[in-house]
Design a protein around this ligand. Structure first.
Ligand SMILES: Cc1cc2nc3c(=O)[nH]c(=O)nc-3n(C[C@H](O)[C@H](O)[C@H](O)COP(=O)(O)OP(=O)(O)OC[C@H]3O[C@@H](n4cnc5c(N)ncnc54)[C@H](O)[C@@H]3O)c2cc1C
Ligand code: FES
Length: 257
């Protein structure tokens, strides 16, 4: 889905809270940033209005309800460490919606969503907006599983896998995906995925094995976020493309394995 005109503005946090062992959720309100946002598109956030960190950080839209926007994030480095200390009433500068999101219309095919790590937020948004057969969520353990209330608006069967077997199926989410594929007619499936690159590569290998079409959100580290600096290049069959402006969502067939 191509991007429509968006906004770049300073927003005030309505909340910013830890929701489990892995994720924080922040909420703010902005008609300009929410109006045309589609699942798979992202926001580019200047976490500090000073110079540290200097670069913006990209985050997917997790949920949009009217002007309210939610972002689900993991604390990984300096930027997210500063972000998670921000309190209600503090500000960040946000540009969006950016990039090309997931296909909403997939014809008569059954949608299978495969999510892991920081790829979970855009696929929850997609599964709330368009129904899917299943949303498969892979995490390391039960401690990382989203609270039930975060998933209650999802219009899909939710299947969890954990690497240690503490919640849902034991093992990788791709093992669960293969089980689901084998119960269906693969020609009628369409896979959309976002998560760690090894996970997405394994999802694409299964899709190739069973002849299933799909899309992956290929998230690269970004600087400008708007296609100007070429710091987010992705190898595709058409040559190098910009994750921020030509993606982050690409068709499986366009991505080089
Ligand atoms: C389009 C897009 C959407 C994203 N959506 C979300 C989201 O919804 N929630 C969320 O928690 N995170 C999301 N991310 C990842 C998020 O941008 C990074 O985690 C964040 O920039 C880290 O900033 P930092 O300053 O805390 O860490 P940094 O100090 O910048 O990085 C910490 C570590 O994470 C690695 N890293 C940073 N960005 C990425 C990346 N894109 N892929 C792989 N490794 C990376 C760095 O190499 C480093 O090892 C998204 C990234 C992209 C490109
Ligand atoms: S981040 Fe600058 S071109 Fe993509």
């Amino acid at each position: 889905m191509p991007a429509k005109k968006g906004s770049d503005e300073i927003v005030t946090l309505l909340s910013n809270e830890k929701i489990n062992e892995k994720y924080f959720k922040l909420v703010f309100s902005s008609p300009g940033l929410s109006r045309h946002a589609a699942p798979g598109q992202f926001l580019h956030m200047k976490i500090s209005l000073g110079t540290d960190p200097f670069l913006r950080r990209p985050f997917s839209y997790y949920r949009v309800a009217g002007p309210k926007i939610e972002v689900l994030y993991e604390v990984l480095g300096d930027g997210t460490r500063i972000l998670c200390r921000k309190k209600k009433g503090e500000t960040v500068k946000v540009m969006g919606p950016l990039g090309k999101g997931f296909a909403g219309n997939i014809g008569k095919k059954k949608r299978l969503l495969v999510a892991g790590g920081v790829g979970i937020p855009p696929l929850v948004f997609l599964a709330e907006k368009y129904s899917a057969e299943y949303l498969l969520i892979g995490t390391k353990s039960k401690a990382e599983v989203l609270p039930k209330k975060e998933l209650r608006k999802v219009k899909a069967g939710i299947l969890h896998s954990t690497e240690d077997g503490s919640w849902g199926s034991r093992g990788r989410v791709t093992a669960l995906l293969e089980k689901v594929i084998m119960e269906e007619d693969p020609r009628g499936l369409f896979i959309q995925t976002c998560g760690p690159k090894p996970m997405m590569r394994a999802v694409m290998a299964l899709a190739h094995k069973y002849g299933i079409e799909g899309e992956a959100s290929w998230e690269e580290s970004m600087a400008c976020g708007v296609g100007a600096c070429l710091s987010c290049m992705v190898k595709t069959r058409e040559g190098l493309m910009r994750a921020c402006a030509d993606g982050p969502v690409f068709k499986f067939e366009d991505l080089e394995p």
